[in-house]
Design a binder for this molecule. Structure first.
Ligand code: UD1
Ligand code: CA
Length: 454
């Protein structure tokens, strides 16, 4: 179920697309579901901002059912009736509860089948159950009498700490035979799926509950505060897992590591580092504080000094970045290369052992091996309309403060004098100088000062 608006988030964006652990709520739930059944048997019920939700998760290969308008969780299942008609068993998952694991979904399914129930609901014991539907069990055993939503709770029922987690196993035939009995006779004026517990009970069908054990696993992200709590919980678990696999993380609670990030053993992550998206980091690297790395590939033995920002880039083994390097999309830094202080790169390929250590912009540039790029070098890749390429071949020495006006090529082993503006191709092994000749006027400054004193 992923059709709701998420009113409590006070957001312009659909609830299930809000992110925790670097991915939409719904993407986590789909991942758990497709671990249990093939994607072709997974249906997302979408409605509010359906196109956006569909686009965000369609790569998973699942199916979609459109619920329009959205008249409650019970209505969501009514709408899905046709799509689910051929199944015996339907597992209903809440698209806003992303900590659910495939193991627990399997447990729910197996328990349901073992109990031969019409409906099995997953429950949890919460310290603070406010906001959740409460489970009214029969006097003993697993059987459930009803689920009562927060707004309808009596004073005594408010003390019940066992909540309905929003995950259900249904006998499909019984669900759809009786679903027509749901009504909107409640404070929200919606069809509550939770009313199926009492409805199936009254029809002499078995309704049971299974306690999930870990209360965190069922947390729903209905408010910003709940999203923050879920996000923290997820990232803490991610750090734990990485540490178990041999990664050193200092002050893990200060690091923001997305769920899909991979890090090899013996790499060290310093405090306040963010590793986002599909980032992969090799072994024996050190990522120093305040670096933010998104969707990038870092080889083995790379040192990233403090304050680097990387996006969609590749850094090969043994390279060194920073402090304060910015690698924009399409930057490929070769083995053992150095990119230093306040250097910005975009769409470049830098060969093995090349260096650009200080205050430089390199865009749309191919740099060979063993190249030295002097301080303050700028590639002028843009004429206001189009972008052009700069090629700097192996072994070139670019002096400080050079500007390279693209399109331009500097041949192998050439030497670019400091402060040169290179506008034309430079042949291999040449020296190029393009700067005004120095003029010296002796005594000029002294005379000026004397004149000013009068
Ligand atoms: C629901 C349960 C509550 C339970 C809680 C667990 C009902 C009536 N209540 O409450 O007992 O404790 O989940 O998290 O079911 N949705 C649709 N279509 C709709 C309405 C909602 O697809 O018309 C989707 C939402 O996008 C969401 C899920 O169903 O992913 C649950 O809806 P939500 O409004 O969050 O229900 P809760 O108030 O949390
Ligand atoms: Ca919810």
């Amino acid at each position: 179920m992923a059709a709701g608006k998420g009113t409590r988030l006070k957001s312009r964006h659909p609830k299930v697309l809000h992110e925790v652990g670097g991915k939409p709520l719904l993407a986590h739930v789909i991942a758990a579901a497709t671990n249990v059944v093939p994607a072709k048997d997974v249906y997302a019920i979408i409605g509010h901002e359906a196109d956006r939700v569909r686009a965000a998760v369609s790569h998973s290969g699942i199916n979609f059912v459109l619920q329009e308008p959205q008249r409650g969780t019970g209505h969501a299942l009514m709408v899905a009736g046709e799509a689910l008609a051929s199944y015996d068993l339907v597992l209903v998952l809440s698209g806003d509860a992303p900590l659910i694991t495939s193991k627990t979904i399997e447990k729910l399914r197996d328990f349901h089948l073992a109990k031969k129930a019409a409906l099995t609901l997953l429950t949890a014991q919460l310290e603070n159950p406010a906001g959740y539907g409460r489970v009214i069990r029969k006097s003993k055993g697993d059987d459930v009498h009803a689920i009562v939503e927060q707004k309808a709770l009596s004073a005594a029922q408010k003390k019940i700490r066992e909540i309905n987690a929003g995950f259900y196993a249904f006998d499909a035939r019984l669900l759809f035979r009786h679903i027509g009995r749901l009504s909107t006779n409640n404070p929200h004026g919606e069809f509550y799926l939770t009313d199926m517990a009492a409805i199936l009970g009254k029809a002499n069908q078995r309704v049971v509950a299974l306690d999930a054990g870990d209360p965190h696993e069922v947390l729903g992200g209905n408010t910003r505060a709940e999203l923050a709590e879920i996000d923290q919980h997820m990232r803490r678990a991610k750090c734990q897992q990485l540490m178990t696999e041999g990664v050193t993380i200092f002050y893990p609670h200060t690091c923001v590591i997305d769920m899909d990030v991979e890090i090899a053993a013996d790499t060290t992550i310093e405090p306040f580092v963010q590793l986002l998206g599909k980032t992969r980091i090799g072994s024996d690297c050190r990522i120093r504080s305040y670096s933010v790395i998104a969707d990038s590939d870092i080889g083995d033995g790379v040192l990233i000094l403090p304050g680097c920002v990387l996006d969609q880039s590749q850094v090969k083994a043994g390279a060194r970045l920073g402090p304060y390097s910015r690698l924009r999309p399409g930057s490929e830094i070769g083995e053992g290369a150095h990119v230093g202080n306040f250097v910005e790169t975009k769409k470049i390929k830098m060969g093995r052992g090349s260096k650009a250590n200080h205050l430089t912009y390199l865009g749309d540039t191919e740099i060979g091996e063993g190249v030295n790029i002097g301080a303050g070098t700028i590639t002028c890749n843009y004429d206001g309309t189009n972008k052009y390429k700069t090629i700097i071949e192996d072994g070139v020495f670019v002096g400080s403060d050079a500007t390279l006006v693209a399109p331009v090529r500097v041949g192998k082993g050439a030497y670019v004098g400091a402060a040169t503006c290179v506008t034309d191709d430079v042949p291999a092994d040449a020296l190029v100088l393009g700067r005004a000749r120095q003029i010296v006027k002796e005594g000029w400054a002294k005379e000026k000062r004397a004149a000013q004193k009068k």
